[in-house]
Design a binder for this molecule. Structure first.
Ligand code: ASC
Length: 284
C-alpha cells in the first residue's frame, strides 16, 4: 500500500491495538480476580460493569473509531462506507457508555451512595453528553446527504477538535475513576503497595499509553486518507453524502492549515492522482 512511513504506521497501529486490548483484559482481570466479579444485583458486581464497559467502549472502541480513516487498506473503500464505520463504532461506544452509566447510578441508588458528587462524575458525564451531541451532529452534518458543502467545511475542524478533546477527557476521566475506586476499595492498604494497587496502576498507565498512541497516529498529516480529486466536479452541488472532497472543499478548508499540513496533503493528493492515472485504484 502507498503511504509515507507505512512501516512506522503499522508498528504504531499494532501497538495501539495491543495496548488497548491489554487495557480491556486488565480491567476484566481487575473486576473478576480482585473485585466481586460481574452481575446485575444493585451491589459491587453491578458497579463492576462500569469500568469494563467504559474501557471497552469509551476508550478502546472510541480510539479505533478515531483512526479508521487512517487504515491505508480502506482507502479504496468509498468515503460513505468509512463514515458509516466511523459512526457505527462511535454509536456502539455510546451505547456501551450509557449502559455503563445505568450500572453505576443503579448501584449507587441501591446502596444509598450519592450520585454526581465527584470530579470524575462531573467530567465523565460532560464527556458522555458531548459525545452523544458529537455523534448526532456528525450523522446529520457529515453522513446524511443534506448539509451543504460549505457547512461541512466550516464544521469539520470543529468536529475533529471536539472529537479529540472528548477522547482526551475520557482518558483523564478513566484515570480519575481508577484512582477513586482504589482509594474507596483499599482505604488503608493502597499505600502499602498491594498487588491490586500495582496491577490497577498498571492498567491506568496502559490506558494513558493507548490514548497517546491514538493521538500520535491521528495527528500525522502524512497518514491522512488521500482526498478524492475532482469528486466535487462529479457532484457539482455537493449535495450528496459522498464526494465532499473536491476542489472547493480543499480551498475552503485550506485557509486555516499550516504549510506543512498543506504540503503533505498536496503530496497525498498527488500520489492519489498518479495512482488514479495508472489505473491502480479507484477513488469512488
Ligand atoms: C464531509 C467529508 C469531508 C468534509 C469536508 C469538509 O462530509 O467527507 O471530508 O465534509 O468536505 O471540508
Amino acid at each position: 500500500m502507498v503511504m509515507d512511513g507505512y512501516r512506522g504506521f503499522l508498528g504504531l497501529l499494532v501497538s495501539a491495538l495491543l495496548v488497548g486490548f491489554l487495557s480491556v483484559l486488565f480491567t476484566l482481570i481487575w473486576v473478576l480476580h480482585y473485585r466481586e466479579g460481574l452481575g446485575w444485583n444493585g451491589a459491587g458486581p453491578e458497579f463492576n460493569w462500569h469500568p469494563v464497559l467504559m474501557v471497552t467502549g469509551f476508550v478502546y472502541i472510541q480510539g479505533i473509531a478515531i483512526i479508521v480513516y487512517r487504515l491505508p487498506w480502506t482507502w479504496k473503500c468509498s468515503k460513505l462506507l468509512m463514515k458509516s464505520i466511523h459512526a457505527g463504532l462511535n454509536a456502539i461506544a455510546a451505547v456501551l457508555a450509557i449502559i455503563s452509566l445505568v450500572a453505576v447510578f443503579d448501584f449507587h441508588n441501591h446502596s444509598k451512595i450519592p450520585n454526581m458528587y465527584s470530579l470524575h462524575s462531573w467530567v465523565g458525564l460532560t464527556a458522555v453528553i458531548l459525545y452523544i451531541l458529537q455523534l448526532l451532529l456528525g450523522v446529520f452534518i457529515f453522513l446524511l446527504p443534506w448539509a451543504p458543502l460549505s457547512l461541512r467545511a466550516l464544521l469539520m475542524p470543529i468536529h475533529v477538535y471536539s472529537g479529540l478533546l472528548i477522547f482526551g477527557a475520557v482518558i483523564a476521566t478513566t484515570l480519575m475513576g481508577v484512582t477513586e475506586k482504589l482509594i474507596f476499595a483499599l482505604p488503608t492498604k493502597y499505600k502499602l503497595f498491594p498487588p491490586e494497587g500495582i496491577f490497577t496502576n498498571t492498567l491506568g498507565l496502559l490506558i494513558l499509553v493507548f490514548g497517546a498512541l491514538i493521538f500520535w497516529i491521528v495527528t500525522r498529516p502524512q497518514w491522512k486518507r488521500p482526498k478524492e480529486p475532482n469528486s466535487s466536479l462529479l457532484q457539482p452541488n455537493g449535495g450528496t453524502a459522498e464526494g465532499m472532497e473536491g476542489s472547493m472543499a480543499i480551498n475552503v478548508s485550506n485557509m486555516d492549515k499550516s504549510d506543512s499540513e498543506l504540503n503533505s496533503e498536496a503530496a497525498a493528493r498527488k500520489r492519489n492522482f498518479i495512482l488514479d492515472e495508472a489505473g491502480q485504484r479507484s477513488t469512488m
